[in-house]
Design a protein. Structure first.
Lengths: 275, 289
């Protein structure tokens, strides 16, 4: 989730709140196909991911791209994105109801590793994290598309001069980002279920991870997410689960104030280097 | 008839909330997503003082305003150094923290159970209880608040804020102290947001943290943006429109929970459409650019 948002934010400078809808939307599509239509799991996941990617592209093409052409600021895009998020959440609530929906009704098989008990889904989550994320980072670092994305991120004007089509790159970025969000959503939904409002908290935690890890890089968010995960578990373990939110966002504010470039980010005032 | 008075009270509360946020968003050009936090701080401070120490409504409300001012200084001074998205993010973090405290500090705020049985405000010996009485009571605050905000907007202070909004560097070059101006705007807005908080508590006689979530902050921001930021009429129009809209849906015989969703879908989509086609809102002279 953090990586998907980072990808979009770094490249387009849009604070893509509606990313939360790609997240919940994908989980709901998966839920609907799986439970109500009785599809098998891989097929449902596939369609849900395509749905998430499509959503991302539509948002880019019909909302952000026109705004960008009018040279609107990123704050306008943020407002539009907020509006879209509110509308999206409530559309989902209208269709599926406000309750948490469970994707896996059965009690899951568990695996034991060196004394740690994990459910099947949790194993899948870890496996995905370990396999997909490094692959993704490698892809961004070494493939041509990845290089172009980073070029646009660093200097959109210059890359335009050199013959890339920023619009195409942005679309690709939205596809990739939304795919990551959808994937994260399905994995989490299979574990703990999904409700319409879970998109924003997931997004916000991702943003915190992003700030901790450092903007402007693609591996920063991963480390940020990792550290934040550890911090949150520590809070649950040593303190009380109910204070995780307060502490997570306290950390966010501390980072914003004292180290806005994050742990691994480049030096310099980030908000100025972005314009 | 009570129903109409009730809507009148709600409009009044949101007019005050939106108009105060307008000082930050419309006049100073800063996007803040923690207005509901100050609203909640006002409501909780007023309530807790009235319930625990037996204070009268007015001193309790004043204390609420004071707490709101102090907290807005705490969050405002550091975060106003940040720009654009980062400032939004900092206010958002503050909003989540305040909600989390209201929700989880159960010994103090009773958490998700909420606080029932808040005494009604007293004017002399008169209890202000019925919606009609409360309407006049509430609108007295609204009118005074709007007058103060209006005076401020047309004073040199208001014009300087607009200058900061339109060109921060130029305003700074003319010798305006930009950090102080921004903090003043932020703090004044927070102070005014605490008032509808206290009024809400005294009217509903019951508060719980779910009235002061991030969605509420987004809603207040939408009122300002949809109505039109940067002038006095815009937020009033926005508040009337967005409070009356769901009541209109009620007459279409849509079930209540569907109507709530539908209302939010409508204002969400309106926000998107306005950003695309009319960034200055219904009546506004400031475009977000």
């Amino acid at each position: 989730m953090a990586l998907g948002f980072a990808l979009i934010y770094n490249t387009t400078r849009i604070f893509h709140v509606a990313h939360g809808i790609a997240y919940t939307g994908a989980a709901y599509i998966c839920y609907d196909l799986l439970i109500n239509c009785g599809w098998n799991l891989p097929l449902a996941i596939g369609v849900a991911l395509i749905g998430a990617a499509l959503f991302g592209v539509m948002v880019e093409l019909f909302i952000y791209a026109p705004l960008d052409r009018k040279k609107a600021s990123t704050l306008v895009a943020l407002l539009a994105s907020l509006g879209l998020y509110v509308a999206g959440v409530n559309t989902l609530a209208l269709i599926f109801g406000n309750e948490t929906q469970i994707l896996q009704p059965n009690i899951q098989a568990t695996h034991k590793f060196a004394g740690i008990i994990l459910t099947q889904i949790q194993v899948a989550q870890i496996a995905t994290a370990v396999i997909i994320l490094p692959l993704f980072v490698l892809f961004l670092k070494y493939s041509t598309i990845g290089k172009i994305i980073r070029a646009v991120r660093d200097n959109p004007q210059l890359s335009r001069v050199l013959g890339t089509n920023p619009q195409r790159v942005r679309t690709v970025v939205f596809v990739l980002g939304s795919l990551l969000a959808g994937g994260a959503a399905i994995l989490s939904a299979l574990d703990v279920g999904i409700d319409p409002n879970s998109g924003l908290p997931a997004l916000l935690v991702a943003v915190v991870a992003l700030i901790i890890g450092g903007l402007g890089t693609f591996d920063g968010p991963i480390w940020g997410a990792f550290l934040l995960g550890i911090l949150q578990s520590l809070v649950v373990w040593k303190f009380e689960a109910r204070w995780t939110d307060a502490i997570t966002f306290g950390v966010l504010i501390l980072f914003l104030l004292f180290r806005p470039q994050g742990i691994f980010g480049k030096r310099g005032r980030v908000e100025e280097s972005t314009t | 008839m009570n129903y109409v008075w009730h809507i009148g009270v709600m409009i009044g509360l949101y007019v005050l909330l939106a108009s105060s946020l307008n000082l930050v968003v419309g006049y100073t050009g800063l996007m803040s997503l923690c207005h509901a936090a100050f609203y909640g701080i006002g409501a909780y401070t007023t309530t807790l003082l009235m319930m625990n120490t037996g204070w009268n409504f007015f001193p309790a409300l004043a204390a609420g305003v004071l707490v709101s001012i102090l907290l807005s200084l705490v969050i405002g001074i550091p975060s106003l150094r940040l720009r654009g998205d980062y400032f939004v993010l900092a206010t958002l973090g503050f909003q989540v923290i305040v909600f989390s405290i209201l929700y989880n500090w159960t010994d103090f705020t009773k958490g998700s159970y909420g606080i029932p049985g808040i005494p009604a405000p007293q004017l002399g010996t008169l209890n202000i209880e019925t919606p009609m009485q409360y309407f006049w009571f509430c609108w007295a605050f609204v009118v005074i608040g709007l007058a103060l905000l209006g005076l401020m907007a047309h004073s040199p202070f208001g014009r300087t804020l607009k200058a900061v909004r339109d060109d921060e560097i130029a305003a700074g070059a003319l010798g305006k102290n930009i950090p102080v101006l921004k903090i003043l705007a932020f703090v004044i807005a927070a102070a005014f947001a605490a008032i509808p908080g206290g009024l809400f508590a005294g009217y509903m006689r019951f508060i719980d943290p779910t009235s002061f979530t991030i969605m509420e902050s987004i809603f207040i921001l939408s009122i300002v943006v949809i109505g039109g930021a940067g002038n006095l009429i815009g937020p009033i129009l926005g508040a009337v429109f967005l409070v009356v809209l769901p009541e209109a849906l009620r007459f279409l015989h849509i079930p209540d929970d569907a109507a709530a969703s539908l209302r939010q879908i409508i204002y969400g989509l309106m926000l998107v459409a306005l950003m695309l086609f009319r960034p200055q809102g219904i009546k506004g002279d400031y475009k977000f650019e």
